[in-house]
Write a protein that binds this ligand. Structure first.
Ligand SMILES: Nc1ncnc2c1ncn2[C@@H]1O[C@H](COP(=O)(O)OP(=O)(O)OP(=O)(O)O)[C@@H](O)[C@H]1O
Length: 233
């Protein structure tokens, strides 16, 4: 697999009247699990959609390992969206087979292993799953893609503590940090803090701080939660 490098140069994004992102300049290379942290409306979803090529910036450019991002970049990126993208009529097993048939980088073996580790019933129809199990299925389908970049928009949002723990456990166990980079957005840091290698704090559409979590803790002598309170107030 090729090296993973994401470069954002002079990125701005405006939706009709709303400025969502301003002056984003950033290079991410071999950063493992990256937390994109900011309050509601700070621009996290917009940031992820731009990298995924699902939105066009108003100005600036985004490069993935030196190549300009486009809709075709989707073949190198797995995107776990906040909205539910599963087909309710399929069973979990059918959904896994469907992804295998339609997604060239999809590992059926990984998906089945994760389904078993999570205790998800392959025979059950998606529409009959609990919210927590739907979230587990969405996650295992995304994590089964062997792509260099995995983007996750609020993967823990609205889920109970047990499901959130399962999701974090799966991300840590199944992401190959040597080859893959994950950017996950959240507005709650305490739970994800132990798993993050790097953080980007977003406020009002701008990056207010980006740094490795270890060096940040060493420098400040504070937890990420405390740092967040300082930089995002
Ligand atoms: N399609 C759109 N049209 C107009 N404004 C939008 C659109 N999408 C987002 N915005 C606005 O852009 C800003 C950034 O939104 P974005 O969804 O990227 O933030 P976020 O940090 O992901 O928020 P949340 O945590 O609430 O999901 C917000 O002010 C939002 O209202």
């Amino acid at each position: 697999m090729t090296e993973v490098r994401i470069t954002l140069r002079g990125i701005r994004k405006k939706y009709s009247t709303q400025q969502a992102l301003t002056n984003i300049d950033l290079t991410l290379e071999r950063k493992g699990i990256v937390g994109l942290i900011g309050p509601n409306g700070s621009g996290k979803s917009t940031f992820l959609k731009l990298i995924a090529g699902l939105l066009q910036p108003s100005s600036g450019e985004i490069l993935l390992s030196g190549k300009k991002v486009s809709r075709r970049s989707a073949s190198h990126i797995a995107f776990l969206a906040e909205i539910d993208s599963l087909y309710g009529f399929q069973t979990v097993g059918e959904a896994i087979r469907f992804w295998k048939e339609t997604t060239p980088d999809f590992s059926e073996e990984k998906a089945l292993e994760m389904a078993s580790a999570l205790g998800v019933d392959l025979q059950k129809k998606i529409k009959h799953l609990s919210k927590g199990n739907r979230a587990r299925v969405k996650l295992l389908l995304t994590l089964s893609r062997e792509v260099p970049i995995l983007l996750m928009d609020e993967p823990l949002s609205g889920l109970d503590p047990l499901v959130r723990q399962d999701i974090l456990r799966m991300i840590v166990s199944y992401v190959d940090v040597e080859k893959q980079m994950v950017i996950l957005s959240t507005h709650e840091v305490s739970e994800v803090e132990p798993f993050l290698d790097y953080v980007i704090f977003l406020k009002d559409g701008e990056i207010v701080l980006e740094e490795g979590t270890d060096s940040l803790r060493e420098k400040n002598g504070k937890s990420l939660v405390e740092t967040m309170k300082e930089v995002l107030v």
